[in-house]
Write a protein that binds this ligand. Structure first.
Ligand SMILES: Cc1cc2nc3c(=O)[nH]c(=O)nc-3n(C[C@H](O)[C@H](O)[C@H](O)COP(=O)(O)OP(=O)(O)OC[C@H]3O[C@@H](n4cnc5c(N)ncnc54)[C@H](O)[C@@H]3O)c2cc1C
Length: 383
């Protein structure tokens, strides 16, 4: 019998494998991945520099270890270029065909690149997997100053981590405050003040227009004419679900690969989860949603069709200089933000609807118990 085939060895792919093996020890399982198949937790990439951790130290197992752990065949460094949903097979870049009984797309997301002018535009780095992290680490070995494009979650985390590793950091973002899409203005400005006080040089309300070589260093030209001389530039603008393979296969794609609550794509026997998927209209590129999706999908693959359920899933932003937990409301139109400053300097923003129901929060500082108490009051994201 053809194996269940999982495309992708990130948290989504390997969590499905792990959860499936808890239910079914025997059905053949194959993981195909274009990276090296190492097992690692991606969130660690943006808080490992300060601890001096190498890429190898972040991997808990290599492809062979993963194969043993999940009783699976792991085909590393293999890119899938086509899917034939009629014949139930995938084609690899080397022309090899693999048949599947059920197929799981766990393909992740691509970093968004902004068009930049300048002869060093191609020197701008991004960190979205372990290999990127290894390259970035090598590139900044002697760097004393790093410039980050984007003050979102990942940009702020890297800024804090680079700072803690003893480097100077500039962060450029067109928005007036960091994490603009996740937090209201007052929290964003308080976050900016804390990061600034810690030493991060936030340059908000502007964009990078070009990156040029300046001797052995780089020069980032800002839209307003100012320039920053720096040793390395990291782009953290955002991520876009990897949908191309699904699209050329003819699967329904919107912002992500469209799936229903059983993670079913528009083709029979083909499922998707993680950063590449749009589950009931929602693209949630975080760990908690994919863990919940993986548990439900494992049951479905094992013959017990199961809907995914998302509880409230706040994200803890890994910025020790400005600890933030956030659960943004699904829509900002039906409610209002309320603010409360704690005696400990914390700032709690709660988003409450007309009936007094809590729909979201942003908590800057404060005790984990406060976060837990607020989380318990939130509605489920998918019930
Ligand atoms: C720096 C950073 C910090 C983060 N911190 C947090 C955090 O603190 N909390 C949180 O909740 N979330 C965080 N996230 C988001 C979270 O890490 C992701 O949502 C999650 O790791 C996505 O996992 P995935 O398996 O869907 O995708 P990925 O890990 O990107 O895996 C995709 C896999 O697909 C493979 N692949 C792609 N195309 C092909 C192909 N054609 N053929 C074969 N294989 C293919 C790739 O090789 C890879 O193995 C962070 C993300 C980043 C980048």
């Amino acid at each position: 019998m053809a194996p269940i085939v999982i495309l992708g060895s990130g948290l989504a792919g390997y969590t499905v494998a792990r959860e499936f093996r808890k239910l079914d020890a025997a059905t053949p399982l194959t993981v195909v991945t274009r990276d090296d198949g190492a097992v690692y937790s991606k969130p660690m990439l943006s808080n490992a520099l300060a601890g001096g951790r190498s890429a190898a130290a972040l991997a808990s197992a290599d492809a062979a270890g993963a194969a043993a752990q999940f009783n699976a065949t792991v085909r590393a460094h293999r890119e899938v270029t086509a899917i034939d949903t009629g014949a139930r097979s995938v084609t690899l870049a080397n022309g090899e065909r693999l048949e599947y009984s059920q197929l799981v797309l766990a393909l992740g997301a691509d970093p968004i690149r902004v068009p930049l002018a300048g002869d060093a535009a191609d020197a701008v780095m991004q960190v979205n997997d372990l290999a990127d992290y290894a390259r970035f680490l090598a590139a900044i070995e002697h760097a004393t100053h790093v410039t980050i494009l984007g003050a979102g979650l990942i940009g702020c985390e890297f800024a804090n981590d680079l700072l803690a590793s003893g480097r100077r950091v500039d962060v450029i973002d067109p928005a007036p405050w960091p994490l603009g899409r996740l937090v209201p203005e007052r929290v964003g400005r308080a976050m900016a003040a804390k990061l600034g006080a810690a030493g991060v040089n936030l340059r908000l309300g502007t964009t990078a227009a070009a990156v040029e070589r300046a001797g052995t260093r780089l020069r980032v030209q800002l839209a307003g004419g100012e320039a920053i001389d720096t040793d390395a530039v990291l782009s953290a603008i955002g991520l876009r679900p990897r949908t191309q393979l699904a699209q050329t296969t003819g699967l329904t794609v919107n912002r992500g690969i469209v799936v229903d609550r059983q993670l079913r794509t528009s083709a029979p026997g083909v499922f998707a989860l993680g950063d590449c998927a749009e589950v009931e209209g929602q693209v949630l590129p975080f760990v908690m949603p994919l863990m919940n999706a993986a548990r439900a999908l494992a049951k479905t693959l094992a013959g017990q069709p199961t809907d995914v359920r998302y509880p409230a899933m706040p994200v803890v932003v890994k910025t020790p200089a400005a600890p933030l937990a956030v659960s943004p409301p699904a829509t900002w139109a039906q409610g209002n933000w309320h603010f409360e400053e704690g005696a400990d300097g914390s700032l709690a923003a709660t988003f409450v609807d007309a009936q007094g129901g809590l729909l979201g929060f942003a908590l800057l500082g404060g005790a984990p118990a406060t976060r837990q108490a607020l989380t318990r009051r939130l509605p489920a994201v998918l019930d």
